[in-house]
Design a protein around this ligand. Structure first.
Ligand SMILES: Nc1ncnc2c1ncn2[C@@H]1O[C@H](COP(=O)(O)OP(=O)(O)OP(=O)(O)O)[C@@H](O)[C@H]1O
Ligand SMILES: [Mg+2]
Length: 199
């Protein structure tokens, strides 16, 4: 009888499909990550690459189902997104990750995983907590300010502002369409999409 082969003994390969990248949105809840990602994604896809979305809300219903909002669980969620983003980047996909990702060290881990296979572009959606609370799309800030939700990022849980984001978007100065355009222009400068998309 042959010996059992363990998964970690998969044949090693360095093969990859060129051109893969991960666009990593970070920012407070309600800052505009998903809104802007949904404008950027179709424009990228028009250019050729297949886009895969790893949005916080969706990931938490599948890949990270059951995880909560402790530091450990938030880190586990981001590490999972980073790991999947890296695998897809290897296959030449354009990955759009959009989770709050409040901790610098965990974002850095995701960056390192992805950079083994392609480009990592961090986009900080830099909307102030006051503006996010004013929008309060999901009604969560009101609950957090009343203390009905504990450990809410930006209210009573930390958000570590990125120091090394490739793009910083001020949504209090730009409409979503304008923000998407700024991101596409940067992707074009980086040679990740063709110039026709950003036109
Ligand atoms: N200039 C702007 N840019 C982006 N979004 C804006 C702007 N002005 C108002 N909004 C609104 O703000 C809300 C942003 O919500 P969105 O779900 O995109 O945030 P998010 O960062 O994905 O939050 P979460 O982390 O909770 O998923 C949307 O309802 C959007 O219409
Ligand atoms: Mg969202």
């Amino acid at each position: 009888m042959t010996e059992h082969i363990y998964a970690h003994e998969h044949p090693e390969t360095e093969r990859r499909r060129d051109g893969g990248f991960t666009l990593w949105f970070t920012g407070l809840s309600g800052s505009g990550k998903t809104t802007i990602a949904h404008l950027v994604g179709p424009a990228i896809e028009e250019c050729g690459p297949i886009v895969e979305y790893l949005d916080g809300d969706t990931v938490r219903t599948h890949l990270s189902k059951g995880l909560g909002f402790s530091k450990e669980d938030r880190d586990a969620n981001i590490e999972r997104i980073g790991w999947v983003a890296a695998r897809l980047t290897r296959h030449g996909a354009a990955v759009i990750a959009a989770a709050i990702s409040p901790y610098q060290a965990t974002r850095q881990k995701a960056r390192e995983l992805v950079e083994e296979w392609g480009t990592f572009v961090e986009v900080h959606i830099a909307t102030s907590v006051e503006e996010c609370a004013r929008r309060d799309v999901k009604g969560l800030y009101e609950k957090a300010f009343k203390g009905e939700i504990k450990g809410f990022t930006g209210v009573d849980d930390p958000y570590e502002v990125p120091g090394d984001a490739e793009i910083v978007i001020d949504t209090e100065a730009h409409e979503p369409e304008e923000s998407a355009r700024l991101i596409l222009t940067k992707l074009e400068e980086l040679g990740l999409v063709g110039s026709e998309v950003a036109a």
